[in-house]
Write a protein that binds this ligand. Structure first.
Ligand code: SAH
Length: 476
């Protein structure tokens, strides 16, 4: 006999004050000393909250009635707010978002780091709070999410094109709008969606691994580049004879239309053949140089390559790191986790030599092209896993660094990389991070030989809780 699960008694607490912004963009209340996480609440709200989960360390809940709205609230721009996992701070004013990001860095340094550090510099706000992203990846799905129950007798098309629902890998929102990328991103997605339906093309089913259309990636650059990548599971004549020509006819500004056949289970397109349907096989981005008088930098971005997703604010981030490095022109610089070599190129004109290290081979190839395009000859790029090859032989080959700039992924640096930095003891380390918690953890280890001289948060991702942070460490 199947045992019946005890019914979960949905408990609702009334008039709960929301006191803070917390992890993963959820706001915080306190109930008898226990933390209660509430998504889409704003500090300053008073709300009736239904408890949705009781864990050992904390509770989770959702607002059932907003009794008093916080003064930090503003109207979210997007109609998919709360359903889409993307921009979970849209209900907060931009000023409030900035101050919570600042606090997030301060809290991570104080609670996790526990080392002395100077007062944070005020966070650098982004110039655009919507439409700032240069890349969006949409998914075709045979099973879209329906927000309304279907009307009786109406057969709705189950296909959709948009973003995954948070926590549901096989369901997507048939996106009507996304305010993260500038026009014509929405219009291109709508056109491809409608035309594909009209042509009766099948959309991918993740569970069964069948269906033709898989992903639509739209990338743009500040110089007017517009790249559209269509990913399908197999070849299909209707794409080349119907869909692509129709798309080009309506959007002649597309500078690069690419087609990738991905028969694998994984969505990643790295390493797959890329067919050029129209225009170039890359995007061109330009960035103001580090110092006035220097020519701007030009970067070539390959279809599967990473480029900072907020390019205007990336220039602010790089300038911050550059100024902290305080280069005089004589230094040997290491740029660890160098990606496509953007920071490497950015600092190259102001030091003796710079060595970029990155483990994605394609990114290193792009980085070499970027150094060439910009006529920079004092650069070496090394492909390899920093956790494995950043040893004494490496230093013997590339020289003792005076300054190290490091920009690791969210997980932070491998302990071996931290050990090697302590061992090499360059005069300065500039630590660029997209996760202040792991940054604080790594800096705590480095404080054995370093003091933290400056901390500068930078907002790269408005409407989200994500924050970028740059710290300057100087050898004691
Ligand atoms: N500094 C670059 C990229 C930063 S993203 C920019 O501003 O564009 C972090 C990079 O670290 C990614 O390109 C990722 O591929 C690389 N990476 C992650 N783990 C690594 C490792 N163990 N060794 C070398 N590179 C790594």
């Amino acid at each position: 006999m199947r045992r019946r699960r005890p019914a979960f008694k949905a408990e609702t607490l009334t008039n709960v004050p929301i006191i803070d912004a917390g992890a993963e963009g959820k706001a915080i209340a306190k109930i008898d000393g226990q933390v209660l996480f509430v998504p889409f609440a704003a500090p300053g709200d008073v709300a009736d909250i239904q408890i949705t989960a009781k864990k050992k360390q904390y509770l989770e809940g959702r607002i059932v009635k907003l009794v008093e709205a916080s003064a930090l609230r503003t109207k979210p721009e997007c109609k998919h707010f709360t359903l889409c996992g993307g921009c979970r701070w849209q209900h907060l004013t931009y000023e409030a978002q900035l101050s919570f990001k600042q606090k997030q860095v301060d809290d991570a340094f104080a609670r996790i780091g526990k080392f002395p550090y100077p007062s944070l510099r005020p966070i650098k706000a982004a110039p655009e709070i919507y439409h700032y992203r240069n890349k969006l990846e949409f998914t075709f799905s045979s099973r879209r999410w329906f927000t309304e129950p279907p009307q009786e007798g109406v057969q709705e098309d189950p296909r959709g094109l948009g973003f995954h629902l948070p926590g549901m890998f096989d369901r997507i929102i048939d996106l009507e709008e996304c305010h993260l990328q500038a026009s014509p991103s929405d219009a291109i997605r709508h056109f491809v969606n409608q035309k594909s339906k009209a042509l009766n093309l099948s959309y991918y089913d993740t569970k069964r691994h069948e269906g033709l259309l898989r992903n639509l990636i739209v990338r743009n650059s500040t110089t007017g580049g517009l790249m559209v990548i269509l990913v399908s599971k197999t070849e299909d004549e209707r794409l080349s004879s119907e869909l692509f020509p129709a798309l080009m006819a309506v959007f002649p500004k597309i500078t690069s239309l690419l087609w990738v056949i991905n028969p694998k289970v994984s969505e990643a397109i790295t390493g797959l053949e890329i067919k050029v349907i129209h225009g170039e096989s890359w995007l061109t981005e330009q960035m103001e140089a580090a110092a006035e008088g220097d020519p701007p930098l030009t970067f070539r971005i390959a279809p599967a390559s990473f480029f900072q997703t907020n390019p205007r604010q990336a220039a602010v981030l790089y300038r911050t790191a550059f100024e902290m490095a305080g280069l005089t022109g004589d230094e040997v610089v290491y740029d660890l986790y160098s990606g496509t070599g953007t920071i490497t190129c950015y600092v190259a004109r102001h030091c003796k030599k710079v060595v970029g290290v990155e483990y994605v081979e394609e990114a290193v190839a792009d980085a070499r092209v970027n150094a060439n395009i910009n006529g920079l000859e004092n650069i070496a790029f090394v492909a390899g896993d920093l956790g494995k090859m950043f040893d004494d032989a490496f230093v013997a080959q590339y020289g003792q660094p005076d300054v190290v700039i490091t920009d690791p992924p969210r997980a932070g640096m491998h302990p071996k990389v931290v050990d090697q930095l302590l061992n090499l003891a360059p005069e300065k380390i500039v630590y660029v991070s997209c996760n202040p918690a792991t940054q604080a953890r790594d800096i705590a280890l480095l404080t054995e030989k370093y003091s933290v001289e400056a901390v500068q948060p930078v907002d790269m991702f408005p409407q989200t809780h994500h924050v970028e942070n740059v710290a300057l460490l100087v050898r004691k």
